[in-house]
Design a protein around this ligand. Structure first.
Ligand SMILES: C[S@@+](CC[C@H](N)C(=O)[O-])C[C@H]1O[C@@H](n2cnc3c(N)ncnc32)[C@H](O)[C@@H]1O
Length: 229
């Protein structure tokens, strides 16, 4: 246990990420961000389906997981949040392959290209059926614990937006973060553990980050938490 939740954990920083660019975007990536992203951007572009539920992915990275979830659940609307333009550009490149004319706009996948916490703050109570947090940035140093997405303050805001039977799925390969998830959720009166796996369940799509972690000899954990009644 690296931080005493009651005594020393600082609140999350007030400054929320805006849109971020890592490496300089190549011309095609910049073009896709300028022309294709606006056609997928939440909330200005609503889903093109009558969704049975809305689900949310935080930190979609290369969007492999988000695309698979959207494909497997055509009657669900998925909002995938990602702050890095380069990562969003990898999704856009797959939707608009160079050798094909035009682009495919998935009916049930939308992109929120800013800090997920801003979106969560603005979402209505009990409006989301599932939240996915796949391999969040681990921030392994104890003094950076306040930057971890799993944080007592975030648990309260996610509990607020989840529907009564809602589920929060989390995966992490980082030992510090794994212990942290256990610690923060055990201390929470908002969530109960539904499942805990050491092998990825079949209906959890793989991500690029996970493949890298396993190649490097790390062992992911997969949890599913439900809202307490
Ligand atoms: C370690 S990567 C994992 C990406 C992906 N989930 C995967 O498993 O391959 C974490 C991602 O979360 C994004 N991220 C971190 N904090 C975020 C936030 N508050 N809102 C939206 N995205 C965030 C980062 O930009 C990064 O792409």
């Amino acid at each position: 246990m690296d931080v005493d939740l009651n005594a020393s954990l600082k609140p999350p920083p007030d400054r929320l990420y805006g849109r971020a660019v890592g490496h300089t975007l190549r011309a095609r990536q910049a073009d896709l961000i300028a022309t294709l992203l606006p056609q997928l951007r939440w909330p200005s572009q609503p889903f093109a389906i009558a969704s049975r539920e809305i689900w949310l992915e935080v930190g979609a990275g290369g969007f492999e997981h988000a695309q698979a979830i959207a494909d497997q659940n055509p009657d669900v609307g998925l909002i995938a949040c990602e702050v890095f333009a380069n990562s969003i550009a990898s999704l856009l490149s797959r939707l608009a392959p160079l050798d094909e004319p035009g682009a495919t706009i998935p009916a049930n996948l939308r992109v929120y290209d800013a800090d997920a916490r801003i979106l969560i703050r603005d979402l209505p109570d009990a409006s989301i059926g599932r939240v996915f947090l796949m391999f969040p940035d681990p921030w392994p140093k104890a003094r950076h614990a306040k930057r971890r997405f799993v944080h007592p303050a975030t648990l309260d805001s996610v509990a607020r937006i989840l529907a009564p039977n809602g589920e929060w799925r989390i995966a992490s390969d980082d030992p510090t973060y794994q212990a942290w998830v256990e610690q923060v959720f055990t201390a929470s009166d908002r969530f109960k553990l539904l499942e805990h796996h050491r092998v990825r369940p079949l209906d959890w799509p793989a991500t690029r980050y996970e493949a890298k972690a396993i190649r490097a000899g790390r062992f992911p954990h997969y949890w599913s938490f439900g809202v307490k009644a």
